[in-house]
Design a protein around this ligand. Structure first.
Ligand SMILES: [Zn+2]
Ligand SMILES: [Zn+2]
Ligand SMILES: [Zn+2]
Ligand SMILES: [Zn+2]
Length: 301
């Protein structure tokens, strides 16, 4: 790109060719070209449009296929949090996510079916109503996980709440505004299944992308599966690999299937197995194994 200059001090106007430190009016779409003023920018827009769109698409691809950072550690045992939903529990008392291993260890220690919260020592809710009250209280404190969970209850019509897709979507949108990645995944699913919105697979993929870039492996796996269905095996494989590193077993099975049907190489599958093993090495623990053996709902990989 001849008009692009990495050195901030001197730039060249993509329209008139003027050089200087005052050439600082950047294309705010692609961020890749500069102009001396708004007039030059406007004049050049027509010529730049195609290149700009290509650059924007390139930048999106780079961002999309970057490996996101792993989930935060469990605040009790300090081990990497498993990405499988049943491997972690949200505590509506204090708003902490705790791993299933630590939850079960507390139950065993206190000899109870449900013990005090291992983080804040609050007793478990006595009723479903009290449980919902806790979520609502957390929601009012702007806790996006509580919002997303309540959205889930409204989506399913569970825990005594009526099924209400519109309410669910509103809560998910509130949650993403507060930075909760999982709610992007839920919005994607709403478009995928036409819950409260028209079915729209492109919008579903858009929201799954936003979730996947923030580390939601289920969204990443869905992207891989969708790409596979439409025949983009290369893109599917790239998504699956990132999801596997994040601990998604479905993506590992998908790569295995691609290998067996000769759509992926043996190296691909070996690489996938290695990534999954590295994940297991980080999340596996005795305590979590015990919890998973005790209750299927505590399964963590
Ligand atoms: Zn100019
Ligand atoms: Zn541009
Ligand atoms: Zn833990
Ligand atoms: Zn708590």
């Amino acid at each position: 790109m001849s008009t692009h200059n990495d050195d901030d001090s001197i730039s060249i106007c993509a329209n008139c060719g003027k050089e200087g430190s005052d050439v600082a009016n950047t294309c705010n779409k692609c961020n890749s070209v500069k102009y001396c003023n708004a007039a030059c920018k406007k004049k050049h827009r027509h010529k730049h449009k195609k290149q700009c769109e290509r650059r924007v698409a390139e930048l999106h691809e780079i961002k999309l296929f970057k490996q996101p950072p792993p989930l935060e550690d469990c605040p009790i045992c300090f081990l990497r949090m498993p990405s499988l939903g049943s491997g972690q529990l949200y505590m509506a008392c204090c708003g902490k996510l705790i791993c299933s291993g630590c939850i079960h260890a507390a139950d065993v220690r206190d000899k109870k079916r449900a013990s005090l919260c291992p983080f804040c020592r609050t007793p478990p809710p006595a009723s479903r109503r009290e449980m919902i009250n806790r979520y609502t209280k957390r929601m009012e404190l702007n806790d996006p996980i509580a919002m997303s969970c309540l959205g889930g209850f409204y989506t399913d019509g569970s825990n005594g709440l009526p099924q209400n897709y519109a309410k669910a979507l509103k809560l998910y949108h509130q949650a993403v505004e507060l930075g909760h990645a999982g709610a992007y995944y839920n919005i994607g699913n709403a478009y995928r299944y036409g819950r409260g919105v028209e079915f729209d697979i492109e919008k579903a993929m858009h929201y799954w992308e936003l979730a996947a870039m923030r580390g939601v492996v289920l969204a990443r796996n869905n992207l891989g599966a969708t790409e596979q269905i439409i025949g983009n095996v290369d893109r599917a494989l790239k998504h699956f690999m990132i999801a596997i590193k994040g601990g998604n077993k479905m993506s590992l099975d998908a790569v295995k299937h691609l290998y067996k049907t000769e759509h992926a190489t043996k190296e691909d599958y070996t690489k996938a197995l290695g990534k999954y093993q590295a994940y297991l090495d980080e999340v596996k623990s005795n305590q979590r194994d015990k919890a998973a053996a005790f209750r299927a709902g505590y399964k963590y990989y």
